[in-house]
Design a protein around this ligand. Structure first.
Ligand code: SF4
Ligand code: F3S
Ligand code: FES
Length: 256
Protein backbone atom coordinates (compact mmCIF):
# COMPACT_ATOMS: atom_id res chain seq x y z
CA UNK A 1 0.00 0.00 0.00
CA UNK A 2 1.46 3.38 -0.92
CA UNK A 3 1.48 6.39 1.38
CA UNK A 4 -1.47 8.08 -0.38
CA UNK A 5 -3.67 4.97 -0.10
CA UNK A 6 -2.68 4.62 3.57
CA UNK A 7 -3.53 8.19 4.40
CA UNK A 8 -6.85 7.95 2.45
CA UNK A 9 -7.82 4.85 4.44
CA UNK A 10 -6.85 6.57 7.68
CA UNK A 11 -8.91 9.66 6.83
CA UNK A 12 -11.87 7.43 5.78
CA UNK A 13 -11.74 5.68 9.13
CA UNK A 14 -11.46 8.99 11.02
CA UNK A 15 -14.43 10.50 9.20
CA UNK A 16 -16.62 7.41 9.68
CA UNK A 17 -15.67 7.26 13.38
CA UNK A 18 -16.46 10.96 13.74
CA UNK A 19 -19.90 10.39 12.21
CA UNK A 20 -20.99 7.78 14.72
CA UNK A 21 -22.64 8.90 17.95
CA UNK A 22 -23.43 6.50 20.78
CA UNK A 23 -26.45 6.77 23.04
CA UNK A 24 -26.91 4.66 26.16
CA UNK A 25 -30.58 4.44 27.07
CA UNK A 26 -31.91 3.19 30.40
CA UNK A 27 -34.36 0.48 29.33
CA UNK A 28 -37.10 -0.38 31.80
CA UNK A 29 -40.57 -1.82 31.36
CA UNK A 30 -42.74 -1.69 34.51
CA UNK A 31 -45.17 -4.10 32.79
CA UNK A 32 -42.54 -6.84 32.46
CA UNK A 33 -40.85 -7.83 35.74
CA UNK A 34 -38.77 -10.53 34.01
CA UNK A 35 -36.51 -7.87 32.44
CA UNK A 36 -34.30 -5.93 34.84
CA UNK A 37 -33.60 -2.23 34.12
CA UNK A 38 -30.41 -2.04 32.04
CA UNK A 39 -28.42 0.33 29.83
CA UNK A 40 -28.69 -0.36 26.10
CA UNK A 41 -26.26 1.07 23.55
CA UNK A 42 -27.30 2.41 20.17
CA UNK A 43 -25.21 4.14 17.51
CA UNK A 44 -26.48 6.65 14.98
CA UNK A 45 -24.75 8.40 12.13
CA UNK A 46 -24.33 12.05 12.97
CA UNK A 47 -25.77 14.58 10.57
CA UNK A 48 -25.77 18.35 10.70
CA UNK A 49 -28.33 19.82 13.07
CA UNK A 50 -29.30 16.40 14.41
CA UNK A 51 -31.24 16.62 17.66
CA UNK A 52 -31.69 13.92 20.28
CA UNK A 53 -35.27 13.61 19.15
CA UNK A 54 -34.19 12.89 15.54
CA UNK A 55 -31.61 10.35 16.76
CA UNK A 56 -34.16 8.54 18.94
CA UNK A 57 -36.72 8.50 16.11
CA UNK A 58 -34.13 6.98 13.76
CA UNK A 59 -33.27 4.33 16.35
CA UNK A 60 -36.94 3.48 16.80
CA UNK A 61 -37.58 3.35 13.05
CA UNK A 62 -34.43 1.51 11.97
CA UNK A 63 -33.06 -0.42 14.95
CA UNK A 64 -35.50 -0.98 17.80
CA UNK A 65 -39.27 -0.38 17.48
CA UNK A 66 -39.71 -1.27 21.17
CA UNK A 67 -37.93 1.88 22.41
CA UNK A 68 -40.39 4.12 24.28
CA UNK A 69 -40.15 7.93 24.40
CA UNK A 70 -42.63 10.77 23.88
CA UNK A 71 -42.87 13.70 21.52
CA UNK A 72 -45.61 15.76 19.87
CA UNK A 73 -44.46 19.14 18.59
CA UNK A 74 -40.70 18.66 17.97
CA UNK A 75 -40.35 22.41 18.60
CA UNK A 76 -40.02 22.90 22.36
CA UNK A 77 -43.71 23.71 22.78
CA UNK A 78 -45.56 20.62 24.05
CA UNK A 79 -43.11 19.63 26.81
CA UNK A 80 -43.54 15.89 26.21
CA UNK A 81 -39.96 14.96 25.22
CA UNK A 82 -38.27 15.90 28.53
CA UNK A 83 -35.75 13.34 29.85
CA UNK A 84 -32.50 13.13 31.79
CA UNK A 85 -29.63 13.86 29.40
CA UNK A 86 -26.38 12.86 31.12
CA UNK A 87 -28.22 13.34 34.40
CA UNK A 88 -29.63 16.78 33.60
CA UNK A 89 -33.31 17.34 32.71
CA UNK A 90 -33.80 18.72 29.21
CA UNK A 91 -35.90 18.55 26.04
CA UNK A 92 -34.81 15.96 23.45
CA UNK A 93 -36.18 18.02 20.57
CA UNK A 94 -34.16 21.10 21.56
CA UNK A 95 -30.84 19.33 22.27
CA UNK A 96 -28.29 19.01 19.49
CA UNK A 97 -26.09 15.91 19.49
CA UNK A 98 -23.19 18.20 18.63
CA UNK A 99 -23.55 19.78 22.09
CA UNK A 100 -23.15 16.40 23.84
CA UNK A 101 -20.28 13.97 24.45
CA UNK A 102 -20.45 10.50 22.92
CA UNK A 103 -21.55 8.26 24.59
CA UNK A 104 -24.43 10.18 26.14
CA UNK A 105 -26.73 8.57 28.70
CA UNK A 106 -30.50 9.03 28.60
CA UNK A 107 -32.87 8.16 31.45
CA UNK A 108 -36.50 8.96 32.29
CA UNK A 109 -37.36 12.04 34.40
CA UNK A 110 -37.49 11.12 38.10
CA UNK A 111 -40.53 12.14 40.16
CA UNK A 112 -43.16 10.92 37.68
CA UNK A 113 -44.82 7.54 37.11
CA UNK A 114 -42.74 5.56 34.61
CA UNK A 115 -44.57 4.33 31.52
CA UNK A 116 -41.51 2.66 29.96
CA UNK A 117 -37.91 3.53 28.97
CA UNK A 118 -37.84 7.33 28.54
CA UNK A 119 -41.60 7.84 28.71
CA UNK A 120 -43.13 9.16 31.96
CA UNK A 121 -46.65 10.26 32.91
CA UNK A 122 -46.21 13.99 33.56
CA UNK A 123 -49.89 14.57 32.64
CA UNK A 124 -51.25 12.79 35.71
CA UNK A 125 -48.83 14.68 38.00
CA UNK A 126 -49.71 18.07 36.44
CA UNK A 127 -53.43 17.39 36.69
CA UNK A 128 -53.29 16.44 40.35
CA UNK A 129 -51.12 19.51 41.15
CA UNK A 130 -53.53 21.78 39.22
CA UNK A 131 -56.54 20.36 41.08
CA UNK A 132 -54.83 20.78 44.42
CA UNK A 133 -53.92 24.42 43.66
CA UNK A 134 -57.23 25.12 41.88
CA UNK A 135 -55.48 26.45 38.79
CA UNK A 136 -58.49 27.90 37.07
CA UNK A 137 -60.10 31.34 36.82
CA UNK A 138 -62.86 31.66 39.40
CA UNK A 139 -65.59 34.27 39.67
CA UNK A 140 -67.93 36.36 37.56
CA UNK A 141 -65.68 36.19 34.48
CA UNK A 142 -66.46 32.48 34.08
CA UNK A 143 -70.22 33.17 33.92
CA UNK A 144 -69.96 35.78 31.19
CA UNK A 145 -71.58 35.24 27.79
CA UNK A 146 -68.75 33.76 25.64
CA UNK A 147 -69.72 36.15 22.80
CA UNK A 148 -69.26 39.20 25.04
CA UNK A 149 -66.04 41.15 24.38
CA UNK A 150 -63.64 40.99 27.33
CA UNK A 151 -62.43 44.09 29.14
CA UNK A 152 -59.05 45.03 27.67
CA UNK A 153 -56.11 44.40 30.01
CA UNK A 154 -53.26 46.84 30.67
CA UNK A 155 -50.52 45.87 28.18
CA UNK A 156 -47.85 45.70 30.92
CA UNK A 157 -50.03 43.37 33.00
CA UNK A 158 -50.86 41.23 29.95
CA UNK A 159 -47.12 41.02 29.25
CA UNK A 160 -46.41 39.95 32.84
CA UNK A 161 -49.08 37.24 32.68
CA UNK A 162 -47.90 36.08 29.27
CA UNK A 163 -44.35 35.71 30.57
CA UNK A 164 -45.46 33.30 33.33
CA UNK A 165 -47.83 31.53 30.91
CA UNK A 166 -44.89 30.32 28.79
CA UNK A 167 -44.56 27.20 30.98
CA UNK A 168 -44.95 24.08 28.83
CA UNK A 169 -45.44 21.64 31.76
CA UNK A 170 -42.40 19.61 30.71
CA UNK A 171 -41.61 18.55 34.30
CA UNK A 172 -37.88 19.44 34.11
CA UNK A 173 -38.16 21.71 37.19
CA UNK A 174 -39.73 18.90 39.22
CA UNK A 175 -37.06 16.41 38.16
CA UNK A 176 -34.30 18.87 39.13
CA UNK A 177 -35.76 19.74 42.54
CA UNK A 178 -34.49 18.01 45.70
CA UNK A 179 -37.68 18.83 47.61
CA UNK A 180 -39.90 17.37 44.88
CA UNK A 181 -37.86 14.15 45.00
CA UNK A 182 -38.35 13.88 48.78
CA UNK A 183 -41.96 15.04 49.08
CA UNK A 184 -44.54 13.44 46.81
CA UNK A 185 -47.07 16.22 47.40
CA UNK A 186 -44.74 19.19 46.84
CA UNK A 187 -46.32 21.28 44.07
CA UNK A 188 -42.93 22.18 42.60
CA UNK A 189 -41.78 25.35 40.89
CA UNK A 190 -44.27 24.65 38.10
CA UNK A 191 -47.20 24.78 40.56
CA UNK A 192 -45.93 27.89 42.36
CA UNK A 193 -45.35 29.63 39.03
CA UNK A 194 -48.90 28.81 37.93
CA UNK A 195 -50.32 30.21 41.13
CA UNK A 196 -48.22 33.37 40.80
CA UNK A 197 -49.62 33.78 37.28
CA UNK A 198 -53.24 33.24 38.40
CA UNK A 199 -52.83 35.73 41.24
CA UNK A 200 -52.05 38.44 38.65
CA UNK A 201 -55.13 37.67 36.54
CA UNK A 202 -57.76 40.41 37.04
CA UNK A 203 -60.50 38.05 35.80
CA UNK A 204 -60.13 35.93 38.95
CA UNK A 205 -62.23 37.17 41.90
CA UNK A 206 -60.27 35.40 44.67
CA UNK A 207 -58.31 37.58 47.05
CA UNK A 208 -54.64 37.06 47.92
CA UNK A 209 -55.49 35.30 51.21
CA UNK A 210 -57.41 32.60 49.28
CA UNK A 211 -54.36 31.96 47.07
CA UNK A 212 -51.94 31.91 49.97
CA UNK A 213 -54.10 29.35 51.78
CA UNK A 214 -53.45 26.96 48.89
CA UNK A 215 -49.65 27.17 49.10
CA UNK A 216 -48.93 28.21 52.69
CA UNK A 217 -47.51 24.88 53.88
CA UNK A 218 -44.54 22.55 53.40
CA UNK A 219 -46.02 21.10 50.20
CA UNK A 220 -46.20 24.64 48.86
CA UNK A 221 -44.02 27.70 49.18
CA UNK A 222 -42.49 26.74 52.56
CA UNK A 223 -41.28 23.37 51.26
CA UNK A 224 -39.03 25.12 48.73
CA UNK A 225 -35.45 25.20 50.02
CA UNK A 226 -34.29 27.70 47.36
CA UNK A 227 -32.15 25.07 45.65
CA UNK A 228 -32.80 26.78 42.28
CA UNK A 229 -32.25 23.63 40.22
CA UNK A 230 -35.70 24.39 38.77
CA UNK A 231 -34.55 27.70 37.32
CA UNK A 232 -31.25 26.22 36.07
CA UNK A 233 -32.98 23.65 33.86
CA UNK A 234 -36.24 25.36 32.83
CA UNK A 235 -36.16 25.26 29.01
CA UNK A 236 -38.31 28.39 28.88
CA UNK A 237 -35.93 30.34 31.14
CA UNK A 238 -38.70 31.27 33.54
CA UNK A 239 -37.58 33.24 36.60
CA UNK A 240 -38.89 30.56 38.97
CA UNK A 241 -36.71 31.52 41.94
CA UNK A 242 -37.92 35.12 41.73
CA UNK A 243 -41.57 34.04 41.57
CA UNK A 244 -41.20 31.78 44.61
CA UNK A 245 -39.35 34.47 46.60
CA UNK A 246 -42.05 36.98 45.64
CA UNK A 247 -44.85 34.69 46.83
CA UNK A 248 -43.02 34.06 50.10
CA UNK A 249 -42.47 37.77 50.76
CA UNK A 250 -46.07 38.63 49.86
CA UNK A 251 -47.34 35.96 52.26
CA UNK A 252 -45.17 37.27 55.08
CA UNK A 253 -46.43 40.82 54.44
CA UNK A 254 -50.02 39.53 54.59
CA UNK A 255 -49.34 37.76 57.91
CA UNK A 256 -47.81 40.84 59.62
FE1 SF4 B 1 -40.94 23.04 32.37
FE2 SF4 B 1 -40.14 25.48 33.19
FE3 SF4 B 1 -42.74 24.83 33.22
FE4 SF4 B 1 -41.07 23.71 34.96
S1 SF4 B 1 -41.65 25.88 34.86
S2 SF4 B 1 -42.66 22.66 33.81
S3 SF4 B 1 -39.23 23.51 33.73
S4 SF4 B 1 -41.42 25.01 31.43
FE1 F3S C 1 -36.92 23.13 44.30
FE2 F3S C 1 -36.63 25.27 42.84
FE3 F3S C 1 -37.31 25.49 45.37
S1 F3S C 1 -35.33 23.49 42.82
S2 F3S C 1 -36.33 23.75 46.31
S3 F3S C 1 -38.53 24.56 43.79
S4 F3S C 1 -35.99 26.87 44.23
FE1 FES D 1 -42.65 18.96 22.10
FE2 FES D 1 -40.08 18.37 22.51
S1 FES D 1 -41.52 17.31 21.26
S2 FES D 1 -41.25 19.91 23.46
Amino acid sequence: MNQLQGSLLASDRTSSEAELFTLEVLRCNPEDSSVQPHWQRYSVELSEGMTLFIALSEIREQQDPSLQFDFVCRAGICGSCAMLINGRPGLACRTLLSSLPSPTRLAPLPGFALIGDLSVDTGRWMRSMSERLQIWVEGAATERDPCEVEEPMEPTLAEEIYELDRCIECGCCVAACGTAQMRDDFVGAVGLNKLARLRLDPRDDRDDAAFYELIGDDDGVFGCMSLLGCEDVCPKDLSLGTQIAYLRRAMLREAL
